[in-house]
Design a protein around this ligand. Structure first.
Ligand SMILES: Nc1ncnc2c1ncn2[C@@H]1O[C@H](COP(=O)(O)OP(=O)(O)OP(=O)(O)O)[C@@H](O)[C@H]1O
Ligand SMILES: [Mg+2]
Length: 428
């Protein structure tokens, strides 16, 4: 469908849709467009095309897509002022951090700042700290890249490096998120940027969130912090961040809120992006360093043989795999095998540790991160199977070379890369 929109108006397009600017001059989040190729808008996303010179669009609609024409520009004037304030900071590099609740416009604001800075010939890195709604890296990671030309959607960028967290919400991994972002920030600074734009997750309300964001800001030590306010949800955070340069900006009124389900499907597109061209690879476990392996009982520590033999005796069967850790024992058994509660209780009494029984197959679908020997991030994968007898891990991944260190996450994906209930050790 063709549509002509006059200068001074904005065309809001809700995906799934694709848009080509056929003629005229249009701006999207600070990126100037003329005669574009197809711009894809994913389901759950809205893109504002602010028309600068009367423009004709060619639009294809997916199911439930929508368009709406509004007067004026939906980019708040406080965003333009924020950019000017940022640019006027005299030193380089400048680290700018963006805070705001979910669906406040964090990603769009980062896109806007990045595009504007690029138009001004600055060298810009974007560090994406939102592990649940990641734009740059795979979901469950924090990641960065250098942006070389203006973009309408940060999702079109490939991560230069990422740090795997393994969960979708920061609440369960506060230290890891802080560690990951700190290490990526240092790596970026070693590459001489003018500006580092740091996005964050939307967990800002409540005491735990405020404590976490306080630590994050202290540790990342930005030169300026932008707060995207909807109401007064950021007030507690503003109060505790005394010593930082703070700028309040508005959350655009044209924002479209997303349901949990929409957020999940958007995330699943992130798995698809980073698992394109994946194949099942067999990785001999003897050659691998496996991190977070306790989750599936893959620790290699062995106690003395007599001790283990006694446990097998109490168990009544030889397990597929056995691992004794500092505070617990993991026993992996076949899918259909049955172990009495009584036997487990006896082992717990004997070893004075908690016993966790894992059934073969429970590992299937766990999200993983793959690294080389220097622990550089190579990509993600999905654990298909652990062959305990042959000591081989089968992983669905596009990474094929140099895998030396793997980390196991808590998110599980089915064969269609949809999230399914994760590995809940607590429930056993
Ligand atoms: N000025 C605007 N005009 C129209 N739509 C906008 C504007 N700013 C943002 N949006 C749209 O609103 C939606 C939410 O914005 P955005 O993704 O930037 O928020 P967010 O805070 O990053 O959300 P999340 O918590 O999911 O990461 C997006 O589809 C975005 O394209
Ligand atoms: Mg976002």
């Amino acid at each position: 469908m063709n549509r002509t929109v006059e200068s001074g108006k904005t065309l809001l397009v809700d995906g799934p849709a694709s848009v080509t600017v056929v003629s005229g001059k249009v701006e999207v989040f600070g990126s100037m467009l003329r005669n574009t190729r197809k711009i894809v808008i994913r389901e759950g996303k809205r893109l504002p095309f602010a028309v600068k010179e009367t423009a004709t669009f060619d639009i294809s609609f997916g199911e439930n897509a929508n368009i709406e024409e509004v007067d004026g520009n939906t980019i708040p004037s406080s965003w333009t002022e924020a950019y000017e304030e940022l640019l006027n900071i005299p030193m380089r590099p400048v680290t700018a951090m963006v805070l705001g609740t979910v669906d406040s416009g964090k990603t769009s604001f980062c896109t806007y700042l990045t595009n504007k800075l690029l138009n001004g010939k600055q060298k810009v890195a974007i560090l994406d700290g939102d592990l649940g709604q990641s734009d740059v890296g795979p979901p469950c990671t924090v990641a960065y890249t250098f942006v070389t030309k203006p973009v309408t959607d940060l999702f079109s960028l490939e991560a230069k490096n990422a740090f795997f967290i393994g969960v979708t919400s920061p609440g369960k991994a506060v230290n890891k998120v802080i560690e990951g972002l700190t290490s990526l920030k240092n790596e970026i600074l070693n590459n001489d940027p003018d500006f580092l734009v740091l996005n964050t997750d939307g967990w800002v309300e409540g005491e735990d969130a405020v404590n976490y964001k306080f630590r994050l800001v202290e540790q990342l030590n930005p030169d300026i912090v932008f707060f995207i306010q909807q109401r007064d949800e950021l007030a507690p955070l503003l109060n505790v961040l005394e010593k930082f340069r703070k700028v309040l900006v508005d959350s655009p009124s044209a924002i479209r809120q997303r349901s949990r389900e929409k957020r999940r499907s958007l995330r699943e597109l992130g798995y698809v992006k980073y698992l394109r061209n994946a194949k099942v690879q067999s990785l001999p476990m003897g050659w691998l360093k496996i991190e977070e392996s306790e989750l599936i009982g893959l620790s290699r520590k062995r106690e003395n043989i007599r001790h283990v033999r006694k446990i097998y005796e109490l168990l009544g069967v030889k397990p597929l795999h056995f691992a004794e850790m500092r505070d617990k024992i993991c026993i992996v058994i076949g899918r259909r095998l049955w172990i009495s509660l009584d036997a487990i209780r006896k082992i717990e009494e004997f070893a004075k540790k908690k016993v966790v029984v894992i059934r073969k197959g429970e590992e299937q679908g766990l999200l993983m991160a793959l690294h080389d020997a220097e622990r550089n991030f190579l990509g993600i994968g999905v654990l298909r199977e652990i062959d305990y007898r042959r000591k081989v891990m089968k992983v669905y991944t596009p990474v094929s070379k140099n895998i030396s260190v793997v980390a196991i996450g808590r998110v599980k994906l089915d064969k269609n890369l949809r999230e399914i209930p994760g590995f809940a050790e607590e429930n056993q």
